[in-house]
Design a protein around this ligand. Structure first.
Ligand SMILES: Cc1cc2nc3c(=O)[nH]c(=O)nc-3n(C[C@H](O)[C@H](O)[C@H](O)COP(=O)(O)O)c2cc1C
Length: 209
């Protein structure tokens, strides 16, 4: 049907992919080493047009400060000008992502501390990150964790097994040695892409389309 046939006042038909609204990916940043993984994941998702809603624990912010050239807040401020990035205070347990009504494309916790991993495995919801992960599970959405600790204790391994058995995807921040990565950045990009892939978002395929 043409615009004219639809009658006066009818909204224009727009044949454009921007009409397909993407659901946001929740990114939780906790206090394990590897802040660069969160940075890489947020930037990769954002550049590919996936909105991101992020929340960072106090320990996550501290590790970010120690490992990166700028603090998390400064990064988010800069990134938010170029990407669709919403940052929510981890203390705001009444925020949208604390409810199943806010539809999301799933959640990534990167890096995931053993503390946060344990909280998720035991259904604790004492901050927004933990609550959002709990909501992701109860709504049957994809939850991907990038845990970092070494060596791992039996408690860590048990918690990971428990989560894996209920469908949580565990992506380790380890190099793909067989690809002979030339730099740490390459390893970080690769791990972030794998974690995003575990969410069911395949950035390379999207690029080809
Ligand atoms: C510099 C630094 C590095 C840390 N690295 C790790 C780590 O790799 N894995 C981990 O489980 N905890 C690590 N921790 C400890 C966590 O930050 C700590 O257990 C904290 O309570 C985690 O809180 P959160 O899960 O709420 O972010 C680190 C702490 C600091 C200060």
């Amino acid at each position: 049907m043409s615009e004219r046939d639809r009658g006066p006042g009818a909204p224009p038909i727009t044949h454009h992919s921007s009409l397909i609204t993407r659901l946001p990916v929740v990114v939780g940043i906790s206090g394990a080493s590897g802040a660069a993984l969160a940075r890489a994941a947020i930037l990769a998702l954002g550049r590919a047009g996936h909105p991101v809603v992020a929340t960072c624990s106090p320990a996550g912010a501290r590790v970010w400060r120690e490992e990166m050239d700028e603090g998390f807040e400064r990064f988010a401020e800069g990134a938010g000008k170029q990407l669709s990035l919403e940052v929510i205070d981890i203390g705001d347990i009444g925020a949208s992502i604390a409810s199943g009504r806010r539809r999301t494309a799933g959640m990534l916790v990167a890096p995931c501390s053993m503390d946060t991993l344990s909280a998720i495995a035991h259904g604790r919801s004492t901050n927004l990150l933990e609550r959002a992960a709990d909501v992701t599970l109860k709504e049957g959405r994809r939850l991907v964790l990038i845990p970092r600790e070494s060596p791992l204790s039996p408690i860590h391994l048990e918690n990971m097994l428990k989560l894996s058995q209920i469908g949580v995807r565990i992506v380790l921040p380890v190099p793909a040695f067989y690809r002979k990565p030339a730099s740490l950045d390459e390893v970080i990009e690769d791990v972030a892409a794998r974690a995003i892939g575990a969410l069911g978002i395949h950035l390379e395929e999207e690029e080809e389309r």
